[in-house]
Design a protein around this ligand. Structure first.
Ligand SMILES: NC(=O)c1ccc[n+]([C@@H]2O[C@H](COP(=O)([O-])OP(=O)(O)OC[C@H]3O[C@@H](n4cnc5c(N)ncnc54)[C@H](OP(=O)(O)O)[C@@H]3O)[C@@H](O)[C@H]2O)c1
Length: 254
């Protein structure tokens, strides 16, 4: 089968949180499909290790230490990407946080502000900066890594779920606004993916037993499975999709 519709040859992809987990898997999948990469997260050292893997595949990789809550960092990230490559074809908003578990009524205001500023405002600001470039280019593709928790509530994850629900509407709103400029905006909403982020969940046997009662595929996802979905959304294979929230949850029914 000719799979050239998945090719990212000649494209420049910017991935936040590209040093590990889902972001790393996405960066490697895009490089494998032919893209050059801009990688952003807080720690340069871990980013450089991923960049070395990408360079070994014959692609270019630029690492820019970035805290997605800090607007000057995001401005610097976009400036550096444009100075190096002169264009951004794909943006993957992926870096997010969940520092606290608990019910909404017990959540400190400062914790709520931090989650919203990092997750929702971080995605908003970077999408705004890169979206303008894509609008001028008259082409582009934004993939937001959301969460199944942005679609249905999850016990103990209130503020995080609220931030992800905001990301889903950011996705739909920007799809509406940028569609006429040939820029597509979609989101992936995973349930549990085997990364550091959710280690407390997938290492809890009791919790997983409960989870799998309602999950037909009886396992959690791998970062690579999310990367394949991101590649699909960023490629011409999904040319007629925009404003879509792709829930990937092993068929979970809760
Ligand atoms: N794993 C799951 O079960 C799951 C489920 C649903 C949705 N998601 C979503 O998937 C995305 C990726 O999660 P993951 O599981 O891959 O997490 P992960 O393995 O913990 O990786 C997080 C990545 O983001 C970076 N990062 C964290 N905070 C940052 C910040 N403030 N500024 C810049 N970079 C930051 C980290 O690098 P540094 O530490 O160096 O900054 C790392 O590269 C998140 O949006 C998460 O909400 C995950």
């Amino acid at each position: 089968m000719d799979c050239s519709f998945l090719s990212q040859e000649g494209k420049v992809a910017l991935v936040t949180g590209g040093s590990r987990g889902i972001g790393k898997a996405i960066a490697l999948a895009f490089a494998d499909a032919g893209a050059d990469l801009v990688l952003a997260s807080r720690k340069l050292e871990t980013l450089e290790k991923v960049a070395d893997e990408i360079r070994a595949m014959g692609r270019k990789a630029l690492c820019v230490p970035t805290h997605v809550k800090k607007i000057p960092d995001l401005e610097n990230l976009v400036e550096k990407a444009m100075a190096e490559f002169g264009r951004i074809d794909i943006l993957v908003n992926n870096a997010a946080t969940n520092p606290a578990m608990g019910h909404v009524v017990d959540t400190e205001e400062g914790v709520f502000d931090h989650i919203i500023a990092t997750n929702l405002k971080g995605y908003f600001m970077l999408s705004k900066l890169v979206g303008k470039i894509m609008r001028d280019q008259k082409s582009g593709n934004i993939v937001n890594i959301s969460s199944a928790g942005g679609v249905s509530p999850v016990e103990g994850l209130g503020p995080y779920c609220i931030s992800k629900a905001g990301i889903n509407m950011l996705t739909k709103q920007m799809a509406l606004e940028l569609g006429p400029s040939n820029v597509r905006v979609n989101a992936i909403a995973p349930r549990i993916v085997k990364t550091d982020f959710s280690k407390a969940l997938w290492t809890n046997d009791k919790l997983m037993e409960m989870e799998f009662k309602f999950t037909p595929l009886k396992c959690v996802a791998t970062p690579e499975e999310m990367a394949q979905a991101a590649l699909y959304l960023a490629s011409s294979a999904s040319n007629y999709m925009t404003g879509h929230i792709l829930v990937i949850n092993g068929g979970a029914f809760f």
